[in-house]
Design a protein around this ligand. Sequence first.
Ligand code: ADP
Ligand code: MG
Ligand code: MG
Length: 519
Amino acid sequence: MEIESIVANSALVRAREGKRFKGRSWKWREMLRFPHISQCAELAMSTERDYYSLCVKQPIGKKLFQLFCRSRPNLQTFMSLQDALVGFTRNLSTDKERKDFGISIIQRFLMRQVRQLYINSSVSWNRDLHKHLSGEPFRQYQDSMFFDRFLQWKMVERQPITKQCFRQYRLLGKGGFGEVWACQVRATGMMYACKKLEKTHVKKRRGEAMALNEKQILERLDSRFVVNLVYAYETKHALCMVLTMMSGGDLRFHIYNIGKPGLDRKRVRFYAAEVCCGLIHLHQMSILYRDLKPENILLDDNGHIRISDLGLAVKLSEGSLVRGRVGTLGYMAPEVIGLEHYGMSADWWGLGCLIYEMTAGQPPFRARGEHPKPPEMERRIQKEQEEYGDKFSQNVKNLCSLLLTKDPKERLGCQRSGGREVQYHPFFRKINFRMLEAGLVEAPFKPDPRLVYCSDVQDIEEFSIVKGVTLDHTDSNFYSKFNTGKVPISWQNEIIETGCFGELNIFGPVGSRSPDLDW
Ligand code: ADP
Ligand code: MG
Ligand code: MG
């Protein structure tokens, strides 16, 4: 390895280790300084008073609303009930445990006369709880110092994002329109990956719609199995998407670059199950992904995967289909190649290819090192039966062949129940999907925090420079649609996870609403 690479890697590894406090700029408090409450008047007027958005969905809003409730004696029981419900819906694995826990909740809370609630099951408990809290408590909250503080956080959130907000570390990879770099937010110390799209490249290849599509799909998603978009901003030369940092490398790297090609069964099962959850989340939002392949599935530092690279994803309107030969040839479904109209079926085919490749250490329709011409690949995908060697157990072979069914109407995952049908396959019998969805299952492989799981810096091809493209005012409409700054839910999570919320959200003695609010 060359010295340049060693230096770049060790700088990145050091930054990652210090991610909690060390990475923060010494001016971090100033960067996150609250405006005086009088400067929030306009925001207060324009904020839609929607309980669900303000007190449930937005992480800082939720925290402040909970702090408010805990400060009111008559609302404290509701908070304890809420805590218990979180445990009830997330922590318990067997139905017996859940039942016992439910009984204990009834005993603890019903006996204490939470009379406003008519309680019978966990779903309706949650609903009834929110129904109650969204009434009078929500009205009182909006007159409290906790809501003032929420507005102050929202003002901080609105500050524009520039290149100066980040420190840049090593190059991580290269994409179609530009490079991906490791970066760190100066104000919080949080590490991210910054995907840059060179403006001249985008313009030359007419990639505007595609870039905007990727950004807009990502900002609406909130799934632990898909990379999060946290910031979108522009510099003089590039459009930048700041994404969840995935330090564990992509599945391609793990399948081929570490030991014998392929992964052991536990890992195959775990990654396949998480990808399956990710696809279900995308499909629930009517988003078809279309680019499933090992290099687009990334590992985080705990060994969990996220789907990345949503450049080819499309949002389908209710029940409609699309057409278009889109994707990477070896992974395209027969109906995509055949120019038919298709829907979510293409992704279930992709999952079949992925499970096959993780197991066999080679993709289903091409031997290793072999590069058949496109027409030959198409013929194989549409006509040939894939072969299963002795690495395939009965279960995994059965699952792959059901997902790689040529006719999309017959394929697993393409019936009414969608991805749930895939989750019920015997291959996944050992997976508890409820726990997996809640992030409570430990990954079978944890990346080594001292390693950098990607190609050496100098082995990543340099990005070429486009000549003869000039940017003008006609481009700025597109840039301004892209350049929307922070994505509220992701940014608020960053503020909480890095401890900045806890350190800054100090209130003075009860009742003294200033000067503590304007620091
Ligand atoms: P493109 O759409 O141009 O293919 P990608 O989104 O696939 O671009 O990114 C290109 C490469 O950058 C990936 O193959 C991967 O190596 C790296 N990369 C992308 N996103 C991340 C991330 N969130 N964390 C770490 N590395 C990433
Ligand atoms: Mg890619
Ligand atoms: Mg892409």
